[in-house]
Design a protein around this ligand. Structure first.
Ligand code: F6R
Length: 240
């Protein structure tokens, strides 16, 4: 696991976007795995700039997002489809038909999502954020390392943390559809970003902890091509 320590989230976004842009140039038909949340917003802003100012070409890429809230329509302002359109897809020359996000509504056969990823040739580069409790995607502590895409229950801490985006407590989704840990581990390359002191404990378990299903992120120690970009605050427990 390669660890890159940066100053703050802004710099993390620049470093991550540079890596992603490099990979797109090497392989214009790359399959990217994408994340939502606060962390990758600066990465997406930098990618938008690269498209608009430097003509970085997204026209032939394919994307698969990690997760979607159960019960939210793509048009809902807190859905991850809405987030991706707002933060990235609406501002770059991507073919939206080639952007995939698990459906939060049609829950018949979530594992079909893994088949779609496989049919597209697998994920070349997976971008990840990190939950305070060590979740990646919405794979909460206790999730099997063998998990594939599934409907999952969100941990109480995740529900509380997500409540900042909803006006009432009742609206906050308690379930999501998420790619599983095995789905994520299938990616050829992984790029995880974590910034802020509230991520320090999870980062410790990600890099130095025992590999255990209690800290889902720890499975990434077993991936042969993972880079993590963390700021000094998120790295604070590594140095001790
Ligand atoms: C989002 C996702 C989550 C987030 C994590 C961190 O698609 O899968 O694992 O990456 O909850 O969220 P932020 O970046 O808001 O701290």
């Amino acid at each position: 696991m390669e660890v890159i320590i940066v100053k703050d989230n802004q710099e993390a976004g620049t470093v991550a976007a540079n890596i992603i842009a490099e990979r797109i140039k090497q392989n214009p038909k790359i399959v990217l795995g994408l994340a939502t949340g606060s962390t990758p917003i600066t990465t997406y802003q930098t990618l938008v700039k690269k498209c608009q100012e430097d003509n970085l070409d997204f026209s032939r890429i394919t994307t698969f997002n990690l997760d979607e809230y159960k019960g939210l329509l793509p048009t809902h302002e807190q859905s991850y489809r809405y987030f991706m359109n707002q933060n990235l897809f609406d501002h770059i020359n991507i073919n939206k038909a080639q952007t995939f996000i698990p459906s939060g509504i049609d829950l018949q056969d979530p594992e079909q999502y893994d088949n779609s990823i496989e049919s597209a040739g697998g994920i070349d580069l997976q971008l990840l954020g990190l939950g305070v409790n060590g979740h990646v995607g919405f794979n909460e502590p206790g999730t099997s390392f063998d998990s594939k895409t599934a409907v999952v229950d969100l941990a109480q801490s995740t529900i509380s943390s997500n409540s900042r985006f909803f006006s009432t407590k009742e609206e906050v989704p308690t379930q999501a559809v998420s790619m599983g840990l095995a789905s994520i581990m299938n990616a050829k390359e992984i790029l995880l970003i974590a910034t802020g002191s509230n991520k320090a404990e999870a980062v410790y378990h990600l890099v130095k902890g025992k590999v255990t299903e209690q800290w889902p992120c720890s499975i990434l120690q077993k991936h042969s091509n993972t880079t993590i970009i963390i700021d000094k605050k998120a790295a604070s427990l590594l140095e001790k």
